[in-house]
Write a protein that binds this ligand. Structure first.
Ligand SMILES: *Cc1c(COP(=O)(O)O)cnc(C)c1O
Length: 446
């Protein structure tokens, strides 16, 4: 099994997991708290599985990132990658902290606008924008569209021209660097589908500048996600981009902006991701002295550590040589372990379970797939039916990647701030599973 395969060190203990996550605390009587709210109280009120997010953590991460850019004297805007967590309350909170949005679909553009993010703080990325999506981006007069190919540029230019408009665009360049991350989330190598090869960029950029429907603003890059091997891949990518900016300007082409992408990793287990200050340093080194308007597009770094998936034990099952803890959360809720073999910390909520002796357990969901596995041989206490657990660092690519596979309605989402908490997305009802479905009348009536 791919799960946990990348790790050679022993799993962190429960106190170690807790010590690294300041928004969480184990109260001797109320159990695990997020900020000041007992997670057991949330489970009792809204049921499980439920996504729970810490507003204070979201705010402090947004401030840390914006602060690091400011300290490095970089004129850089932060566009939150909406795909990592598109909840309206979270978008609104981040917008209030000064973040714009990086969107990859019409749905995300509409959500960002609904959260009050103005068009001029929205960037549209993605390899397959439809004409309908381009039309909406033009109508909303967004900050820029990041183009991924010559073909797309031709399509957008013709559309904008037909509307009597010129659309601001950047050209996404593939710098051919290995971000050293999981193969399914690396995007900046030559063989990936994203952007145009850096060797082709000068000619294509000049061509874009001649297209009547485009106002060419600069370049964009995004080399991958969950980058944890230090800032070296960033430094390499931004140096190459800086050289390209200079080469284009030497040809007399305007390059006012560079979008530096996202990808900053987080510590799910014991990874050592680069700090925002180190990222700012890498941007400064490659692009700082070119008088550019800069932007970054972080998703995971902002929201990942701020969220957990709160779940209840359905049953513990003993098999020869194995203990299975079966949760009411599953791969349809949190897909990352099944999809990427991702490791997530798991903490019991009750103080008694937290202190009880641990033994290896496989933590699984009830979905009919062997990949519906959250952890293998994880040291955990006995977890009888009804015990609550928190699956940690689930704020990014958690709820946003959920499905209703196995006809399981989407889980509720809750936001905590200090001693307040609120449902920010209701649990989907079973009627939603039937909504919109029809039986054609040539089928025999049931
Ligand atoms: C997914 C994505 C991001 C965000 O990536 P994170 O790893 O969540 O920071 C940024 N930009 C683009 C173009 C993306 O596709």
């Amino acid at each position: 099994m791919a799960l946990d395969a990348a790790y050679t060190t022993p799993d962190p203990s429960l106190p170690e997991l807790l010590a690294e996550r300041p928004m969480l605390r184990m109260d001797p009587s109320a159990g695990l708290l997020m900020e000041e709210v007992p997670l057991a109280r949330i489970a009792a009120a809204v049921g499980t599985p439920t996504w729970v997010y810490s507003a204070t953590t979201l705010r402090s991460r947004a401030r840390a990132l914006l602060g690091a850019l400011k300290d490095a004297a970089l004129p850089a805007e932060v566009h939150f990658a909406v795909k990592s967590n598109p909840n309206l309350a979270i978008l609104s909170l981040l917008a209030a902290e000064g973040c714009g949005a990086d969107v990859v679909s019409e749905g995300e553009l509409r959500l960002a606008r609904a959260a009050g993010i103005p068009g001029h703080h929205i960037v549209f990325s993605g390899v397959g924008k439809t004409e309908r999506e381009m039309r909406l981006a033009i109508a909303e007069d967004i900050h820029q569209i990041n183009l991924e190919s010559a073909e797309e540029a031709v399509m957008l230019s013709a559309l904008a021209e037909s509307l009597g408009r010129r659309m601001r665009v950047a050209l996404r360049v593939n710098p051919d660097v290995d971000a050293g991350t999981h193969e399914k989330i690396t995007t900046g190598k030559a063989e990936n589908k994203f952007g145009v090869a850096i060797e082709e960029a000068p000619e294509l950029y000049a061509r874009l500048c001649r297209m009547p429907g485009l106002e060419v603003m600069g370049l964009a890059v995004h080399i991958g996600s969950q980058i944890t091997g230090g800032v070296r891949p960033y430094v390499a990518a931004y140096r190459r981009l800086g050289e390209l900016v200079s080469a284009l300007r030497a040809q007399g082409l305007p390059v006012p902006r560079v979008d530096c992408g996202g990808g900053l990793g987080i510590a799910y287990r014991d990874e050592q991701p680069a700090s925002p200050a180190a990222l700012a340093g890498a941007i400064h080194e490659g692009l700082g002295n070119l008088g550019l308007q800069l932007m970054i597009e972080p998703g995971r770094w902002l929201v990942g550590p701020a969220g957990m998936l709160l779940s209840q034990v359905v049953i513990e099952k003993q098999a020869p040589g194995r203990r299975f803890v079966i949760l009411d959360a599953a791969m349809n809720d949190l897909a990352r372990p099944a999809m990427y073999g991702a490791w997530h910390g798991i903490l019991p909520v009750s103080p008694a379970a937290y202190r009880a002796p641990a033994s290896p357990a496989d933590v699984v969901g009830p979905v009919c797939e062997s990949s519906d596995t959250f952890a293998v041989a994880r040291p955990l206490p006995a977890l009888p039916p009804g015990e609550l657990v928190g699956i940690l660092d689930a704020g990014a690519y958690g709820a946003s990647m959920s499905s209703t596979y196995n006809s399981r309605p989407l889980a509720a989402e809750v936001l905590v701030e200090g001693s307040q908490w609120a449902v920010i997305r209701e649990r989907q009802g079973f009627e939603a599973l039937l909504a919109g479905q029809r039986r054609p009348d040539w089928l025999a009536p049931a």
